[in-house]
Design a protein around this ligand. Structure first.
Ligand code: 0RA
Length: 691
């Protein structure tokens, strides 16, 4: 018996060996992103149980040892012996066999995976230890694994009454991952998205690690949830309350902050009764909707025995940007795909048909273009399908071609009905699109005279640019520096062989409030574009980039945070590929210089300053607070912020366009109050900014 167990466990070990050999193939990377994917993979399994109608609640907890526990109240992973798997319990097979196709075992034992469709066994393989607990039929079962191998049998460890569910608790393997620093804000953003996409599902994230600024200062998008609490029942609520207190919003949801601000343990709960309708409300919260109703509809069909569903929520606002977010099986399809093409085609056709039939478009007038009808549109498109095929560079483009026609026909029909039934909304929507079309046509007529043309063709470098001497873009860096005086210091500090400096003066235009033509006439924006070399918007060309590092260097104060956000917003909206390619960084200048016995130390946060003072003592120590980059002399600037051997750069990533947009619109929209609060709140925490 023992021998048999040994033999079969070797087979199991071999089953997961490829995962440990090439983790990147299964979870994308072994960096920050891959680490967080472990959690998503486990959560996705619970979400599948919710989709099947058996799970209402998912709790995620980050522990001080960096292990993560995911608990659901689903049916529990089956524990009965599987005859074709040496009678091993189903849960052990689920945990130790790679299910590349996503399906497993036939009958009810369908285990579908998350983004990479690989299943929870991959998490097991990449964990120093993993404990699974299942509550079923009144009993609590437990099994422990180390690096994917069972180290106990599945044991009954107690009773659980009527309770059912699954708990997966794992510690990512330090031999595999660069570091185990889970980011609360990254996890909470994704979990909020999952909650939006699964109406009524209650998801809680709790962080029990000690909260220090370095570990988990809120990112730029993190605190956003905290300032909300709108009356219209948007599903979240936040505030800072004392330990043990709970702030409950019985409209739809609650967010509880334990402890004061970023100091103590914290917990957040998301639950949206309105699902993606709440998602649209949320994105439009600080924008100005131009019609009262949020358009919402669903459709389903069976093709060749396969079930497809589509759900759409949409509303136009007074802005100029297109905010359409598409999802397939809860995965954010950043690169779009067949469902998005179907949606866009239906939108353009339906609005044109309506506009013509009601006389909003005259016979001789041109059709509204796709761009025209999407101006100011906020939409969530969510499809669910049995066999999703993901393509594209980041595997976030839906490939299934049969989905296009399905989505197109549902959207045409339901949107058509909405317009007929809501003529007031329809009129606002159409006139917005007609205005956009006129602006576009006028711009085209005047194109030769517009500045846009000249910028796009302008190949001369800006006069203010202090360029570097090396010509290989991969080795070159461009610093975008706030203010002429800091620019001057940076020019003296830099290594001119590979570091270029572009000082930016004054405020950069708010790109959310203006159409592209106007944005492109802003001198600072022009300078950024020509220095980068890539051109912009439709004519963007990554291969023409003159630098592979574009480093935003601003003061560590409120104005600096504002300027940085303006630059990021512009890049996000008009040069997204630059961010996607990983070319955009944020410099981290220190906040303090501490001199002690003719030795200089630098602290990048208040917490670090404290630590430092505790270490070296407070006697005879001078502390200088840098109010701006300009206060540092060139040597200090080089040592702390620009020297590649010593500096820390934050790479800007676009993990979630919806959340990034939300942050940008909070900051950039017309509504001044939340913007000011946000900047004040976050000015101190900008160094964990990740968009
Ligand atoms: C296969 C079959 C059944 C449930 C599950 C898997 C299941 C998997 C996970 C993973 C995380 N939480 C989960 N909850 C359930 C159905 C078994 C039955 O019919 O009771």
């Amino acid at each position: 018996m023992t021998e048999l167990y040994d033999a079969s466990s070797i087979q199991v070990l071999e089953g997961l060996e490829p995962v440990r050999k090439r983790p990147g193939m299964y979870i994308g990377s072994t960096g920050h992103r891959g680490l967080h994917h472990l959690v998503y993979e486990v959560v996705d399994n619970s979400v599948d149980e919710a989709l099947a109608g058996h799970c209402t609640k998912i709790d995620v907890t980050i522990f001080p040892d960096c292990s993560v526990r995911v608990t659901d109240d689903g049916r529990g992973i089956p524990v009965d012996p599987m005859p074709d798997q040496q009678d091993r319990p189903a849960v052990e097979v689920v945990m130790t066999k790679l299910h590349a196709g996503g399906k497993f075992g036939g009958q009810g034992y369908k285990v579908s995976g998350g983004l990479h469709g690989v299943g929870v066994s991959v998490v097991n393989a990449l964990s120093e230890w993993l404990i699974v607990e299942v509550c079923r039929d009144g009993l609590r079962y437990r099994q422990r694994y180390e690096r994917g191998t069972p180290v106990t049998d599945l044991e009954v460890v107690g009773r659980c009454g009527k309770e059912r569910g699954t708990t997966v608790h794992f510690l990512p393997d330090r031999e595999v991952f660069d570091d185990l620093n889970f980011n609360f804000s990254t996890l909470s953003q994704r979990l909020r998205e999952v909650a939006f996409l699964n109406r009524g599902l209650r998801i809680t994230l709790t962080d029990e690690r000690e909260q220090t600024e370095e570990v988990s200062a809120p990112g730029i998008s993190d605190d956003y949830g905290e300032e909300t609490g709108s009356a219209e029942g948007d599903g979240e609520r936040g505030g800072r309350v004392g330990v043990g207190q709970a702030l409950l919003d019985d409209a739809t949801c609650e967010v509880t902050f334990l402890g004061k601000g970023p100091g103590g343990p914290k917990s957040v709960t998301y639950c949206y009764k309105g699902g993606i309708v709440d998602f649209v409300k949320h994105i439009n919260k600080h924008k100005e909707p131009i019609h009262p109703h949020i358009i919402h509809f669903e459709g389903e069909e069976q093709v060749n025995g396969k079930q497809h569903t589509v759900e759409v929520a949409m509303q136009w606002n007074a802005g100029y940007t297109d905010n359409v977010f598409s999802f397939a099986n809860n995965i954010n399809t950043h690169e779009g795909g067949s469902h998005l093409s179907g949606f866009r085609a239906a939108l353009t056709r339906t609005l044109n048909d309506y506009a013509r039939s009601k006389g909003f478009l005259k016979e001789k007038e041109e059709n509204l273009s796709g761009e025209d009808v999407r101006e100011g549109l906020v939409a969530i498109l969510s499809v669910k399908l049995e066999d999703p095929q993901y393509e594209g560079q980041t595997k976030t483009k839906l490939g299934n071609s049969e989905i296009r026609g399905f989505v197109e026909s549902v959207v045409s029909q339901k949107l058509g009905e909405f317009l007929e039934e809501n003529p007031g909304d329809a009129r606002q929507i159409i006139s917005k699109a007609v205005q956009a079309a006129r602006a576009r046509q006028a711009a085209r007529k005047a194109r030769d005279l517009t500045r846009r043309k000249s910028i796009l063709e302008n190949t001369t470098l800006p006069g203010k640019l202090a360029d570097c001497s090396i010509r290989d873009p991969a080795a070159c860096e461009l610093y975008l520096v706030e203010g002429d005086s800091a620019g001057g210091s940076a020019k003296q500090a830099r290594d001119r062989s590979f570091q270029a400096i572009l000082p930016l003066r004054g405020k950069i235009i708010n790109v959310e409030k203006a159409r592209l033509n106007k944005i492109l006439s802003n001198a600072e924006i022009q300078a950024i574009i020509s220095a980068c070399g890539t051109n912009v918007a439709d004519e963007f060309d990554l291969s023409a980039a003159r630098y592979h590092k574009i480093i935003i260097m601003t003061d560590a104060d409120v104005d600096g945070a504002h300027i940085r956000t303006l630059i990021l917003t512009f890049l996000f909206r008009n040069m997204l590929e630059l961010i996607e390619a990983g070319y955009v960084y944020i410099a981290q200048p220190p906040l303090y210089r501490v001199s002690h016995k003719r030795q200089d130390y630098y602290a990048f946060s208040d917490a670090q300053l404290e630590q430092l003072l505790n270490r070296i003592g407070r006697q005879g120590v001078t502390v200088q607070r840098f109010k701006g980059l300009g206060e540092m002399n060139p040597e200090q600037l080089w040592e702390t912020t620009m020297n590649p051997d010593k500096r820390t750069l934050l790479q800007v990533t676009v993990d979630d366009a919806a959340i990034a947009d939300e942050v940008f619109s909070t900051l950039m929209g017309d509504n001044v109050e939340p913007r000011r609060d946000f900047i004040t709140e976050n000015a101190r925490y900008v160094r964990t900014l990740d968009i």
